[in-house]
Design a binder for this molecule. Structure first.
Ligand code: NAD
Ligand code: UDP
Length: 319
């Protein structure tokens, strides 16, 4: 199949391109590199099945561009206000790619009769009052808070996708991705990469708030299998949570990273909990298990070990 991946030079998008090519597809990656890294796709540049176009995913496609499926992965994704790659530092770019971008891409997919997948987020649930979160939970989200440019534009992206399915018969589905980590993550302020990088330099773990807030961390290879299963087996108009349902506090994460690296790092309570930072987050993945036949296989300790080895290998001086 001919497949488009927007945001294909980013962390998740580049792993998705790898997997699709491995499965024998032809992949066109569209990325404006606003938070992505050409290094993530450098190994694909010589593949006859891979093409990279540096462009805004929301721009109209050439009329003769034909494709069978489109994964809309493009969007800044880090909430860390101190980082220039975060969606808080890129508010208009974030709102645009998830709203107008999704609208244009739904239209492009519809015109070609192609399948469509929109990468939404667990942030659609905001600071959840239901726990764990099922797809039916409608969320507790601020329209004007610091995370709103991301959360609300993803929610609107879901609405656009859903309207295209209902009213125009687009073959589209939505995934809500929960915290995912692994090789090629940018050091963009997200907690796993911050803590692993801190440990590898024996620096303190920068914990926000009291560290008792929870997250559920999914290893990238598991998530990519879930994304492809959602495209292939997911029903039009449906929403699927994709993530690992094992939940940890941020302090537990720091402890695990410390054990696995053997670092001397201590926890340092650097900042109060950011406004609207969800206190807990954990996916209910019953629907993905039942309909997609998918569940994660890599547990946190194993995934962290893989990430640590990867970072140690790329950071080792060349001799
Ligand atoms: P990332 O920043 O590594 O990748 C995003 C990619 O999109 C980058 O390469 C960036 O340059 C590109 N991009 C952004 N705006 C664009 C535009 N207008 N046109 C073309 N390219 C554009 O982030 P990621 O973690 O790989 O996230 C990928 C997707 O998954 C995002 O949509 C994000 O919201 C979603 N998501 C990720 C996680 C996670 O834990 N990684 C969790 C929830 C949702
Ligand atoms: N966090 C932290 N230190 C950091 C980065 C994040 O304590 O250096 C916390 C953050 O406040 C949040 C959790 O870790 O409660 C997960 O943050 P992340 O930025 O990875 O993504 P989020 O799940 O909030 O979108």
């Amino acid at each position: 199949m001919k497949i488009i991946v927007t945001g294909g030079a980013g962390f998740l998008g580049s792993h998705l391109c790898d997997k699709l090519i491995e499965q024998g597809h032809q992949v066109l990656c569209i990325d404006n590199l606003i938070t992505g890294n050409p290094q993530n796709i450098a190994h694909l540049q010589n593949s006859p099945d891979f093409q990279f176009v540096e462009a805004d995913a929301a721009d109209p496609f050439p009329q003769d561009l034909d494709f069978d499926a489109l994964y809309h992965m493009a969007s800044p994704a880090s909430p860390n206000k101190n980082n220039p790659q975060s969606y808080m530092a890129l508010p208009f770019e974030t709102m645009q790619v998830n709203s107008l971008g999704t609208w244009n891409l739904c239209e492009e997919a519809l015109t070609r009769g192609a399948k469509f997948l929109f990468a939404s987020t667990s942030e659609a649930y905001g600071d959840p009052l239901e726990h764990p979160q099922k797809e039916t939970y409608k969320g507790n989200v601020s329209t004007t808070g610091p995370r709103a440019v991301y959360d609300e534009s993803k929610r609107f992206g879901e609405t656009i996708t859903s309207a295209y399915v209902k009213h125009k018969k687009l073959d589209g589905r939505i995934i809500r991705i929960f915290n995912t980590y692994g090789p090629r993550m940018a050091a963009d302020g997200r907690v796993v990469i911050e803590f692993v990088n801190a440990a590898l330099q024996n620096k303190p773990f920068p914990v926000f708030g009291d560290g008792k807030q929870t997250r559920s961390f999914c290893y990238v290879s598991d998530l990519i299998e879930g994304i492809i299963a959602a495209m292939e087996k997911g029903h039009p108009g449906e929403v699927y949570n994709l993530g690992n349902p094992n939940e940890f506090t941020i302090l537990e994460l720091a402890e695990k990273v410390k054990q696995l690296t053997g670092a001397s790092s201590e926890t340092s309570f650097t900042e109060s909990l950011p406004t609207d930072d969800p206190l807990k987050r954990c996916p209910d993945i019953t629907k993905a298990r039942d309909i997609l036949g998918w569940e994660p296989k890599v547990e946190l300790e194993e995934g962290l070990k893989k990430l640590i080895v990867h970072l140690q290998t790329i950071q080792k001086p060349q001799v």
